[in-house]
Ligand binder design. Sequence first.
Ligand SMILES: [Zn+2]
Length: 195
Amino acid sequence: MSLSENKILEIFEKTGALFNGHFLLTSGRHSNVYFQCAKVLQYPEYIEDLCSIIADEFCDQKIDTVISPAIGGLVVGQEVARQLNTRFIFAEREDNKLTLRRGFSLNEGEKVLVCEDVVTTGGSVFEVIDIVRNNNAELAGVGFIVDRSNGKVDFGSKQLSTVKLDVNSYLPEDCPLCNKGIELVKPGSRKIKTS
Ligand SMILES: [Zn+2]
């Protein structure tokens, strides 16, 4: 089963992951979209459907290992690995640097797929790609659920997102939503209901 982008956006809205409106971001900027991927990843059935798009794309590449940056990428990488019947490991931050811990390692020459939930600047994914290269493993590509980079991110290998979210953010003084007089909502406040 492959979901269309519209169907995916519908699932995001239904699960309270995605809101359209006028939001105050933690950076102080204002945005037309608020997105919290964990809200959709609460539901294993949706994780299975979303990750099947990634697994289908890479299923003929003989992936040996899926690797994700903690924490956001964990359930995505785990599910893609389950569907591809591969090993799954993750990198986590130690002294602010993503590292393989817990006895995890990558073997020279094995084919590795990097998975993540949301990519904005791609910083964590680039760090994981460095881990793959530093272990002389082969990067097969990058699969992620949501591309919020507005088409800017390029990992220099095969990459697939299940959906692209166009997110505009503005300095408060330049915000067109403020100009229209739309009420500003702080995510996490009771104004956002997820019924
Ligand atoms: Zn505004």
